[in-house]
Write a protein that binds this ligand. Structure first.
Ligand SMILES: Cc1cc2nc3c(=O)[nH]c(=O)nc-3n(C[C@H](O)[C@H](O)[C@H](O)COP(=O)(O)OP(=O)(O)OC[C@H]3O[C@@H](n4cnc5c(N)ncnc54)[C@H](O)[C@@H]3O)c2cc1C
Length: 468
């Protein structure tokens, strides 16, 4: 499987703080903790382990954050990628509440880390908008998240949503006032700097080709050097491949594509009066304003590695459908990254065997959950904290191999179609409702006019009951 990002984003290249190159590992090294993978998960685990006093090294096969970690939309919300009701159905209410609470800690942790960095452009608020008129569901979700889980959420009625986002495609919304978005690549680069400040040694262009996890001192083999460590953390996401096939087989690679539009001028502020990130209830499209008058929009997903440019027209069409008043929108930049999805939709967090840990499979919601994983894994590894056991019900389940990918693509296409159809139906119902109310108003006005004429003796007299 090739997991190469097809293009480097010109928007990220222009807006990011310059990245530093780190050396290859060319000499043998002994550390307490070896982290495999230099994405946001690996870097955050490394920071947390170093802060707890361990000597730590990160080995990255290419460059830090070259994949999804550096090229995403940067929305930080609590929760997992899947539906909270599914989570409750699987582990029960109290367990689900604890897990959800951990993701809130993860989001808070991202905020704290970002406050020590340059260029993260942290901006408050995430609005989860519904494509359908599901007011009852919204109330249920709000009660669950707000009252039961203690989350900071508020419900927005249709009128408020449409005052804020000038489109009839959206109905209600759940607002997360304390969620936020940030510059993803600067966050990842900032993590690397914080890690080094905490004493972590980082090596790029250093693929781990094999590990021997037996014994107290585990052996890690790279092309030019060997390492020994008491603990290894596998944070390689779908790129881990043959290093640990058992783990690789449990992740379905899903490529996500995102666009940055050409500047849209004042038209954009007239259409979107919200500085936070917006996420559609279909669970796929999410977007936000960047540079004051451009849209950064993530939408298409595939289970194969496509050329991002091929999806530009798809994004342009979707933006036009939601905000037709923007006129012709042109995409200036496309980028992609691959996420690892598990069958149960939950990340892989925990200890696989003594001293061999995993922090992977964060799917489309990796910012808060990787920060949470970092704390849970580091404190489990070094502090005797066993919160990682909360993730034990989500065992490593085979993701179906190539057939699984075909099936998943069909499901994505189908659910997108379903969401679109539900949206069309909701808008049809809304228009029909408006027409019905207009008809009733016309009828009432006509009746009132007739009654007024009758009262003044000008109109037709009311017929006596039973008259032919
Ligand atoms: C377009 C897009 C939009 C997204 N939007 C959001 C969003 O708004 N909010 C959000 O929370 N999440 C979002 N995500 C998801 C998020 O980006 C990911 O969940 C997260 O980046 C995963 O981080 P990671 O460190 O686990 O994996 P990765 O970023 O894939 O990093 C894994 C690293 O491990 C390295 N590696 C693997 N094997 C080895 C080895 N053997 N030796 C050495 N190194 C190895 C790889 O080279 C890679 O650098 C989005 C993703 C995409 C693609």
């Amino acid at each position: 499987m090739s997991t190469t990002t097809n293009e480097t984003s010109s928007w990220y290249a222009a807006s990011a703080i310059p990245g530093e190159a780190r050396p290859r590992l060319t000499f043998d090294l002994d550390v307490e903790v070896c982290v495999v993978g230099g994405g946001i998960a690996g870097l955050t685990v490394a920071i947390e382990a170093a802060k707890r006093g361990a000597s730590v090294a990160v080995l990255e096969s290419r460059q830090l954050a070259w994949s999804a970690s550096g090229y995403n939309i940067g929305t930080v919300t609590p929760g997992f990628g899947g539906e909270v009701t599914d989570l409750i159905a699987r582990v029960g209410h109290d367990h689900a509440r604890e897990l959800w609470g951990l993701t809130q800690l993860g989001a808070d942790h991202v905020r704290a880390l970002a406050s020590e960095m340059q260029g993260t452009a942290l901006t408050e608020g995430v609005l989860e908008v519904s494509n359908t008129d599901n007011g009852d569901q919204l109330v249920g979700r709000l009660q669950l998240l707000g009252e039961s889980f203690g989350a900071d959420v508020e419900g927005w009625q249709v009128e408020r949503v449409r005052e804020t986002l000038k489109t009839n495609r959206y109905f209600h919304a759940v607002h997360y006032p304390k969620a936020f978005h940030l510059h993803a690549l600067n966050y990842a680069r900032g993590l690397a700097l914080l890690a080094e400040r905490a004493g972590v040694r980082i090596f790029e262009e250093t693929p781990v080709v094999s590990i021997d996890p037996g014994g107290v001192r585990k052996r890690i083999i790279t092309p030019a050097a060997r390492m020994r460590a008491y603990s290894i953390v596998l944070a390689g996401n779908v790129h881990l491949g043959t290093l640990f096939p058992r783990l690789a087989r449990t992740l379905l690679p899903v490529w996500r594509y995102a666009a940055v539009t050409e500047p849209l001028g004042e038209r954009l502020a007239a259409a979107i009066a919200y500085p936070g990130a917006i996420s559609e209830s279909s669970g796929i499209d999410h977007y936000r304003i960047v540079d004051g008058d451009r849209l950064m929009w993530a939408g298409p997903v595939t289970t194969w590695n496509g050329n991002p440019r091929r999806f530009a027209s798809h994004v342009e069409r979707h933006i036009h459908a939601v905000f037709p008043q923007l006129g012709k929108v042109k995409v200036a930049d496309m980028f992609s990254g691959v996420t690892g999805e598990t069958v149960h939709g939950m990340p892989q967090i925990g200890q696989l065997r003594r001293g061999l840990w995993v922090a992977s499979g964060f799917g489309r919601q990796g910012l808060s959950t990787s920060a949470m994983a970092a704390q849970v894994v580091a404190s489990g590894m070094l502090g005797g904290d066993d919160r990682w056991r909360l993730f034990q019900p989500f065992e490593l389940v085979w993701a179906g191999g190539p057939a699984g990918r075909v099936a998943a693509q069909a499901v994505y296409t189908w659910s997108r179609g379903q969401a679109a159809a539900a949206g069309v139906l909701a808008r049809y119902r809304e228009r029909a409702g408006i027409r019905e109310r207009q008809r009733e108003a016309r009828l009432a006005a006509a009746n009132q006019a007739v009654r007024a004429m009758q009262a003044s003796g000008q109109g037709p007299r009311p017929r006596p009951p039973g008259a032919p």
